[in-house]
Design a protein around this ligand. Structure first.
Ligand code: VGL
Ligand code: ZN
Length: 195
């Protein structure tokens, strides 16, 4: 596949926060290994003045998704904590970047970057039509963001070399990739971009 980036394209980096790294509260195996690859995408977009959207889980301390509060997850990405910070080596461009916080109120969870956020309106007001999505976790927030984008009418590319899944059940990540493809997402890797 050969892909030329245009001003209708945006990069979406999903939840590259400490708590999803191998040292964090809700570890995604090898999540830290994709930082260099994500940085390559970030540079490719940023150097062309194309926008980069960083989603982050940004939960209150008693969030509904946490064990003991009705959910299945250990407490993670609590607002303002070190665990909620982005991986220290992730490049955050000065310009044309947006931070999208989700899961911010106690009684609602959001796996999709579109759920309860301004992401769709920010993309639409810039005329963005194609989304390139990477980050973690493939089988949760990446999957829901990709399918959310498809449902909103975007063309969506899954960055297969810049995403990692948590695999709570063996095979979840592979099934998530299949589900995204069946929903219309196109799997691409860095070498597919014409740079
Ligand atoms: C996520 C589980 C709970 C994710 C967020 O970013 O994929 N997974 N909260
Ligand atoms: Zn969460």
């Amino acid at each position: 596949m050969r892909l030329n980036l245009t001003n209708k394209d945006a990069l979406i980096v999903v939840d590259m926060q400490n708590d999803f790294m191998p040292w964090g509260a809700l570890p995604v195996p090898d999540a830290d290994k994709i930082v260099p690859q994500l940085n390559a995408y970030i540079e490719a977009f940023s150097s062309r003045s194309l926008p980069v959207y960083f989603t982050r889980d940004w939960h209150p301390p008693d969030h509904i998704s946490f064990k003991g509060h009705g959910g299945i997850w250990p407490p993670h990405c609590v607002q303002g904590t070190e665990g909620a910070q982005f991986h220290k080596d992730l490049i955050i461009p000065k310009d044309n970047k947006f931070i999208i916080s989700k899961g911010t109120s106690r009684d609602f969870d959001a796996y999709s970057g579109f759920q309860g956020t301004l992401l769709d309106s920010l993309l639409k007001e810039r005329g963005i039509r194609r989304l390139f999505v990477g980050g973690v976790a493939t089988d949760y927030c990446v999957k829901n963001t990709v399918i959310g984008g498809l449902n909103l009418g975007y063309e969506v590319f899954l960055l297969i070399d810049a995403t990692k899944g948590v695999d709570v059940n063996a095979g979840d990540t592979d099934r998530a990739i299949e589900e995204m493809m069946n929903s219309g997402a196109v799997v691409v890797a860095f070498g597919d971009l014409t740079l």
